[in-house]
Every structure is written in structure tokens, then in C-alpha cells.
Design a protein around this ligand. Structure first.
Ligand SMILES: *Cc1c(COP(=O)(O)O)cnc(C)c1O
Length: 369
């Protein structure tokens, strides 16, 4: 059994993938070839946002937006502590000052009251609040209505970290459309993955779009390749990866439906004895991860060990909240209770679109034991 089974998916679409790749090999436009623009147009339409800029990874997607906003160390950027390390590192790399925020104990997404507290603290310390990066953790969108109230009040730029939530939605609005800019990842194990690294940025802001196109290509100007007016990076998505994603998108909605079914089977067996991430009404998660929280770290660790004995792989997302990471040790003066508790007691179950009911039952039996 695999934690995330990418082989079954490949088997299903291997013919089309191989044709798509060989098309690129034959036309030879390996960098920014026609498939890149085709993918961007398709993705923008899918999430109903004006502009899509594909790029080299989810991390670079976040970084490029922060670079475009031109922050310095007097500028404060707020992120939840319970997330993957990328969300923090890009803030540091952009030159802004990082503030960690606690998460909600039920949704594990950014907690609005903690956010307001940290914003006020930043103001007291003479920083200018500039940006919040809500993370749609495990594929569940944050509460963007609540966030909008705070971001309007403090004039914050909202950068949606949708690395785990491509395909998720609230009502009829899709993830990647909730931020002033939104960043997603096509890392192979994400809900929509390519066969290497990849990512994309979405925005309705045409000025920002033009700037990001330049930043993606070393800050080059439109009509002179060797004239640079802003600092950029090499942030391009390979044409081959774009061609792969075009094919994968064709089966993506079916896979999303399968993920809902898989999650529902798990929950029908394990709830209410075991606690899952709370999915509020009207929210559809893309289930990048399906996690449960146990009563203690000991109980969590022994359950993981028992599952491993039976050949069932699990993972812990994430064992150390970011404000407790050595690299951010200067931030250790804050205690973020919910992030710490969740990190100590959570673990993720095998989750992918091709998991069978038999496999799920087998996993659940061990957990119920
Ligand atoms: C995976 C992930 C990223 C980074 O994406 P990469 O494509 O691996 O660079 C950023 N934020 C979150 C929350 C992620 O899960």
C-alpha cells in the first residue's frame, strides 16, 4: 500500500502523457513553449481568475508575489504557524519581517483573533502590517469572509497559499481565487501534481500580472531581454511539465470526486470516535491530506507504529509548528497553543483517488483496534 499512489494514476493516462511529452520533444520549445500558455489559460478559466502565471514551484509562486510587492524589514507579513516550511521561508527571503499566528483548533486554518492580536503587536513594535498568507491547510480553504474584514481594516494584501487546495471550493467559488494573489503547487503528491516541480500564481490584478511575468524571467523587460528593471528569479515552469498538467487536468474533477468518496468512507467508519479536520458547510476540501487527531502524542506515536507493523504507511503533517523550528528560534518567545497541540497529536492517513474500499476498511480496522 502507498501513502499516495501515483503509479495507478499514471497507468490510467500513460498513453496521453507520452504523446504529450513527445510532442514537446519534437517541437523543441522546452522553455516557455506553447503548452505553457495553453495551461495558464486553462487554469485561469478553471478557477475563474483573469490571469495565471505558471512557475517553477509552489514556493517560488509565493516568493514571486512577495518580491513583486517589494517589502523590506519594516513590513510585517503574517502566516499561520501550522503549515509547511515554505510559507515562512519565502517571507524571510523577501526581506519582510515574519509574524506567526495561531490556528483554529477545529479547521487548523489561521485563527482570526490570533491574527488581530499579532497585527496589533506588530504595530506596537513599529512594523507596518502589509500582508497575510492564509494557508488552505490539507486542502480546506480558510475563512475568507472573516479574513476580508481584517485585511480591509488593516489594508493587508491577501496572498492565498493554495499549494494544497487546488480544486477546493467554498460554495461556487474555487480556491486560487480568494486572494489578491493566490499561489498553488504542482509537486507530484499535491491534488494536481506534475512529474517534477511546478506551481502557479493567480490574480485579477493586471499590473501585478505584468510584474510577475517579468520576475519569473530574471526581471527582464518586455522588449529587451537583457534590460532588467526589477530583481527577478529563474521561476519558469518547464514546457514538458505544462504538457503533463494539461493531460492531468482532464481527469482532475473525477479524481476530486473520488477523494470525497474516499474521505467519506474513512469518516463513516472512524467518526465520531476519531476527530477529523472540521469541514464547514459549503466548503469542499481537495483532501491533500486526511488527518486524524488523537488524545496524546504517545497515543499518536503508538498508533502510527502499529499501522506500520501492518504495512500501512502514514505521515505526520506537521510534527513541529514553524515558530518552534530552530531556524525561527528568535520567534520562540510566543506560545501558539493550538498549533503546538495539533502538531503533537495529529497524523495523516493514506489518501489518494485510487484507494479502494477494501484498503480503507483494513486501515480503519487497525486504528479502531
Ligand atoms: C507544498 C507546499 C508549498 C510549496 O510547494 P512546492 O511546490 O513544494 O514548492 C507551500 N505551501 C504549502 C502549504 C505546501 O503544502
Amino acid at each position: 500500500m502507498d501513502f499516495i499512489d501515483l503509479a495507478q494514476q499514471y497507468k490510467k493516462i500513460s498513453n496521453n502523457i507520452e504523446i504529450a511529452i513527445s510532442k514537446v520533444l519534437n517541437h523543441g520549445k522546452y522553455i516557455l513553449g506553447p503548452e505553457v500558455k495553453e495551461l495558464e489559460d486553462t487554469l485561469a478559466k478553471y478557477v475563474n481568475v483573469k490571469h495565471c502565471i505558471s512557475c517553477s514551484s509552489g514556493t517560488d509562486a509565493l516568493l514571486m508575489v512577495l518580491l513583486a510587492n517589494n517589502y523590506d524589514k519594516t513590513d510585517a507579513v503574517f502566516i499561520p504557524s501550522f503549515t509547511f516550511i515554505s510559507t515562512a521561508e519565502v517571507v524571510k527571503l523577501s526581506g519582510a519581517t515574519l509574524f506567526f499566528v495561531d490556528v483554529d483548533p477545529k479547521t487548523y486554518n489561521i485563527d482570526i483573533r490570533s491574527l488581530e492580536g499579532q497585527i496589533n503587536k506588530a504595530i506596537d513594535l513599529d512594523f507596518t502590517p502589509r500582508c497575510v498568507i492564509p494557508v488552505n491547510i490539507f486542502g480546506l480553504c480558510a475563512d475568507y469572509d472573516e479574513l476580508k474584514a481584517v485585511s480591509n481594516k488593516f489594508n493587508l494584501f491577501v496572498l492565498e497559499d493554495a499549494a494544497q487546495s487546488f480544486g477546493a471550493s467554498i460554495g461556487n467559488q474555487k480556491s486560487c481565487s480568494f486572494g489578491d494573489a493566490s499561489a498553488t503547487s504542482f509537486y507530484p503528491s499535491k491534488p494536481l501534481g506534475c512529474y517534477g516541480d511546478g506551481g502557479a500564481i493567480f490574480t485579477n490584478n493586471s499590473n501585478l500580472y505584468e510584474k510577475l511575468i517579468s520576475i519569473r524571467n530574471h526581471g527582464t523587460t518586455k522588449d529587451n531581454k537583457y534590460k532588467h528593471d526589477i530583481i527577478g528569479i529563474n521561476g519558469r515552469l518547464d514546457t514538458i511539465q505544462a504538457a503533463i498538467l494539461i493531460e492531468k487536468l482532464k481527469i482532475f474533477d473525477n479524481e476530486l470526486d473520488r477523494r470525497q468518496i474516499v474521505a467519506n468512507i474513512y469518516k463513516s467508519i472512524l467518526e465520531p470516535k476519531f476527530k477529523f479536520q472540521h469541514i464547514p458547510k459549503l466548503y469542499v476540501s481537495s483532501y491533500a491530506q486526511l488527518s486524524i487527531v488523537l488524545n496524546s502524542q504517545e497515543e499518536r506515536d503508538s498508533t502510527i507504529a502499529k499501522l506500520k507493523d501492518k504495512g500501512i504507511p502514514t505521515a505526520v503533517h506537521y510534527p513541529i509548528p514553524l515558530h518552534k523550528q530552530v531556524v525561527y528560534s528568535s520567534h520562540n518567545y510566543i506560545s501558539l497553543k493550538n498549533s503546538e497541540l495539533i502538531s503533537n497529536t495529529i497524523f495523516s492517513l493514506p489518501m489518494h483517488a485510487y484507494l479502494s474500499e477494501n484498503e480503507i476498511t483494513k486501515i480503519c480496522n487497525v486504528i479502531n483496534d
